[in-house]
Design a protein around this ligand. Structure first.
Ligand code: PMP
Length: 460
């Protein structure tokens, strides 16, 4: 039985179209209305505290209410509340942040292009790949390879790159020019009796076949997120990125690295690419770039690719791409301060120190009858629930077992996220060991509630 809606919940339901929500059931579920946040905690309108086990949407790396960021934002708004980079205009915060990004990038980067979100960054990546190939006189080299279960955003092109049914069904997507290859998830997609090495060889071979079938001269780029976050926290087998890179290099296909979740320390290095052996050509960043205090995204490109844009611009005129808020001084000032904080408070060192505790607490539930697999990298992890542990059979999605667990967790004061029946963990990187243990204690209570509910309702 659901409690009657409070006044604020009723107003919410009347006024909002909620993203990623079963909107036909919103009135029944009742939205969880959050009022304020401090550290790793957020508080609802009743004053109840929750540990934010998902850092919002994988983004509030420095938690809530950081005074240094608030001060930086306030000062920037007083100094220059808006400016832009169109028509050869410049401003200090945009320059400073770009310099910092170049300093920490995992590969030599020449230029930074700003967006307001991760979707816009990935959309821009596709346009840039097309622009580059037009500049290089290869007008047919335009297709983009992505992966099943990948998440790259929701604009028309970013949603096309995404490889999840909810982003395609009902939306007339994906568009042409986007093709999907295998998801590198051995536990789920490895065949009976197939070793991890054999699985890896098979999916790399299948990428090669896809490229040959489509025609290498028609393919511009592949996009990949080192650890696939919103696709279910999928960590590819060791050796996967070097192996696909070899295939891509053979056919002059660039590798776009989507660091929107992985970037800025999440996996224990600045970039997920570094943790997982990926050598990208270009990079998309957002989310923890500003610790989500302000919306901001960025695309990082190397010198040779930048030179192709310059040549093209020389031929056809102005570089016709840019967003009103791309390089907003507020976002850039906060982004530059965020990176400075990651450095001076050694946030990456903290992630590395806590990762073994995170791993231990995840592994502690691996034997639970509802748990099929636990997966992790640094401080991002997932627990996949299954109806049958032996056969890995999933629950009927309509039973909503994952979302049910998340509701139980909220009851115990922990915010988590269900990706189907995978429960995702991505706490603010400032979380202490005691807070992390408390998060898992609350999760374990929710897991026990879920087990009781599944048994009582016969959901298996
Ligand atoms: N790429 C990845 C890997 C993401 O996780 C997300 C958002 N979850 C996006 C892109 C899209 O970012 P945004 O929601 O800011 O458009």
């Amino acid at each position: 039985m659901n409690a009657p809606l409070t006044n604020v919940q009723a107003r919410d339901v009347e006024a909002l179209l909620h993203p990623y929500t079963p909107i036909h059931r919103l009135r029944e579920i009742g939205p969880l209305v959050i009022e304020r946040g401090k550290g790793v905690y957020v508080y609802d309108t009743q004053g109840k505290a929750y540990i934010e086990g998902m850092a919002g949407l994988w983004c509030t790396g420095l938690g809530y209410g950081d005074e240094e960021l608030i001060e930086t934002a306030t000062e920037q708004l007083r100094t220059l509340s808006y400016s832009h980079l169109f028509g050869a205009k410049g401003m200090e915060p945009a320059i400073e942040l770009a310099e910092k990004l170049k300093e920490i990038a995992p590969i030599p980067i020449s230029k930074v292009f700003y967006t307001s979100s991760g979707s816009e960054a990935n959309d821009t990546q596709v346009k840039l790949a097309w622009y580059m190939n037009n500049a290089l006189g290869r007008p047919n080299k335009k297709k983009i390879i992505s992966r099943q279960k990948a998440y790259h955003g929701v604009t028309i092109m970013a949603a096309s790159l995404t490889g999840l049914p909810y982003n395609h069904m009902g939306w007339d997507l994906p568009v042409d020019r986007v093709i999907h290859t295998d998801c590198p998830h051995y536990w789920r997609f490895g065949e009976d009796g197939e070793s991890e090495a054999e699985f890896l060889a098979r999916i790399v071979g299948s990428l090669r076949d896809l490229i040959e079938r489509e025609g290498p001269d028609t393919i511009a780029a592949m996009i990949a997120e080192p650890v696939m976050g919103a696709g279910g926290v999928i960590v590819p087998p060791a050796g996967y990125y070097p192996a696909i890179k070899e295939v891509l290099d053979e056919h002059d296909i660039i590798l776009i690295d989507d660091e929107v979740i992985n970037g800025f320390g999440r996996t224990g290095n600045w970039w997920g690419a570094q943790t997982h052996g990926m050598v990208p050509t270009t990079i998309s960043a957002a989310k923890q770039l500003t610790s989500a205090y302000v919306p901001l995204g960025a695309v990082l490109v190397p010198e040779d690719i930048y030179q192709a844009y310059v040549d093209h611009s020389r031929q056809i005129g102005t570089f016709g791409h840019g967003f009103t808020y791309g390089g907003h001084p507020l976002g850039c000032a906060v982004g530059a301060k965020t990176i400075e904080i990651y450095q001076k408070r050694d946030i990456i060192g903290k992630v590395r120190a806590l990762a073994p505790v995170f791993e231990k607490r995840l592994k502690a539930v691996a034997d639970h009858p509802l748990v099929g697999e636990v997966r992790y990298s640094g401080l991002v992890g997932g627990v996949e629930l299954v109806a049958d542990k032996k056969t890995k059979r999933s629950f009927d999605a309509k039973k909503g077992v994952g979302p049910g667990l998340v509701r139980f967790a909220e009851g115990h004061g922990a915010i988590l996220r269900a990706i189907g029946d995978t429960i995702a963990f991505c706490p603010p990187m400032i979380i202490t060991e005691a807070e992390l243990n408390e998060l898992f204690d609350r999760f374990e209570k929710a897991l026990a509630d879920t087990e009781a509910w599944v048994s009582k309702e016969g959901l298996r």
